[in-house]
Design a protein around this ligand. Structure first.
Ligand SMILES: CC(C)(COP(=O)(O)OP(=O)(O)OC[C@H]1O[C@@H](n2cnc3c(N)ncnc32)[C@H](O)[C@@H]1OP(=O)(O)O)[C@@H](O)C(=O)NCCC(=O)NCCS
Length: 202
């Protein structure tokens, strides 16, 4: 069932049948984004992954299709607080389909579902400081900066301080107790902001 529709995308709840479609996605050329490559999984791993994503009340997962009915993106809600009506956003699009406006359009459609149907109060996210594309997408969808924090980087195996490839990015990172740390931007969109400033932009 379609949950929300944008100008070039529509959103559905994640189904098990979507996993194979995501396994056919492209791969990121920049190793800083390798952790967003959709993993190749055995049938058993797919079952586990799907069960893990759909079990419990604190998370919900969605998929985004484009106007050619191609599955182009995956959106997850984590740490859903039912009484506070808040959640945290995760978003990953097919590397073959990024920079085509699908992310912003899909996210705007998702916000409509989140605030108007689910009646939530605020949506939070965290984005690494070097990820300018994601930051631009979030700003266009209506998110605003709430804080800048330093935390462990997701991919500790990357040779950030050894390989010259990472020189242009190195200043975003530091090494602390042999762990790679990175600056992240915390962003938020509240229901009030959505209704006052974002909803009518459409
Ligand atoms: C982040 C993501 C979901 C955005 O979706 P998308 O479809 O690529 O986004 P859009 O095309 O709607 O918008 C991207 C915007 O960033 C801009 N952009 C791209 N690269 C950029 C860069 N290096 N610096 C600044 N802006 C950049 C684009 O020009 C576009 O802005 P515009 O429409 O004003 O021209 C997608 O790129 C993705 O999955 N990336 C990998 C995973 C990831 O980073 N997830 C987020 C983790 S917090």
């Amino acid at each position: 069932m379609e949950l929300a529709r944008g100008e070039k995308t529509y959103i559905k709840k994640l189904g098990k049948e979507h996993i194979d479609l995501m396994q056919n996605w492209g791969r990121h050329g920049n190793p800083l984004f390798s952790c967003y490559n959709f993993p190749h999984m055995s049938e058993r791993q797919k079952d586990c992954w799907y069960r893990n994503k759909t079990r419990g009340f604190s998370k919900k997962c969605f998929v985004v299709f484009n106007d050619c009915n191609q599955l182009v993106g995956y959106i997850s809600l984590r740490n859903i607080r039912i009484f506070k009506k808040t959640g945290e956003l995760g978003i990953v699009f097919d590397p073959n389909n990024i920079d085509r406006g699908y992310g912003t359009d899909g996210l705007k459609a998702f916000l409509r579902y989140y605030f108007e149907i689910l009646k939530m109060r605020a949506l939070y996210l965290k984005v690494s400081i070097f990820n300018k594309r994601a930051q631009r997408c979030y700003k266009k969808a209506g998110f605003r900066l709430s804080d800048i924090v330093t935390e462990e980087f997701e991919d500790q195996s990357l040779p950030i301080f050894q390989d010259d490839y990472f020189i242009p990015y190195r200043h975003f990172f530091k090494l602390e107790n042999e762990r790679i740390k990175c600056q992240f931007i915390d962003m938020v969109i509240t229901r009030d902001r959505y209704y006052l400033e974002v909803k009518d932009e459409r």
